[in-house]
Design a binder for this molecule. Structure first.
Ligand code: SF4
Ligand code: SF4
Length: 164
């Protein structure tokens, strides 16, 4: 996707964050810390790696599971450059019953994010609406929809053990 489309997707989320107040104060910004083994990264939308060229706070590697580039972040980042998946965390875009893209709490976030306990209703509704708008915009591009489909499928696998 080109830069203009990616910036449009970012704009759909705007300046909203999971809560009206700084939720990073609750957890020490846990979602921006590396795994215990120092690994981990954020999968990048098609075209997003190009927007990160030259950053000094991370590097782009390969996310094999997503078959996509991935940002390995040594943050703090330049906030206006943070990737899409950072902007929507702790949400995961998924297809709803009618087939439209919507969002739910990402099962992978449970290990780090204290907001997961209260579910979607505990989040700022403007943030949730912005994430849904962004996911639908992203899905208008075939490569964007393919990215969302892979991301949602991996999340669904992770969620399975919690369904029993
Ligand atoms: S882990 Fe959750 S509560 Fe903490 S900064 Fe990230 S989104 Fe906010
Ligand atoms: S890019 Fe920014 S928001 Fe994303 S993990 Fe790094 S520091 Fe956190």
């Amino acid at each position: 996707m080109n830069r203009a489309r990616i910036l449009e997707i970012y704009a759909a989320i705007g300046e909203t964050t999971p809560m009206k107040t700084d939720c990073g104060a609750l957890c020490g910004a846990a979602c921006c810390r590396c795994d215990d083994d120092g690994r981990g990264g954020v999968a990048l939308l098609p075209g997003e790696a190009e927007l990160l060229a030259g950053i000094e706070w991370g590097r782009v590697e390969r996310d094999e599971a997503m078959d996509a580039p991935m940002l390995v972040c040594d943050g703090p980042c330049e906030r206006e450059k943070r990737p899409f998946l950072c902007r929507v965390f702790p949400l995961c875009p998924v297809r709803g019953r009618e087939g439209d893209w919507t969002v739910r709490m990402d099962a992978r976030a449970r290990a780090v994010c204290p907001l997961c306990g209260s579910g979607l209703h505990g989040l700022d509704p403007e943030f949730v609406r912005g994430a849904v708008r962004a996911a639908r915009l992203l899905a208008e591009a075939p490569e964007g929809e393919a990215f969302l489909t892979r991301w949602a499928a991996i999340e669904a696998e992770f969620r399975k053990p919690f369904l029993f």
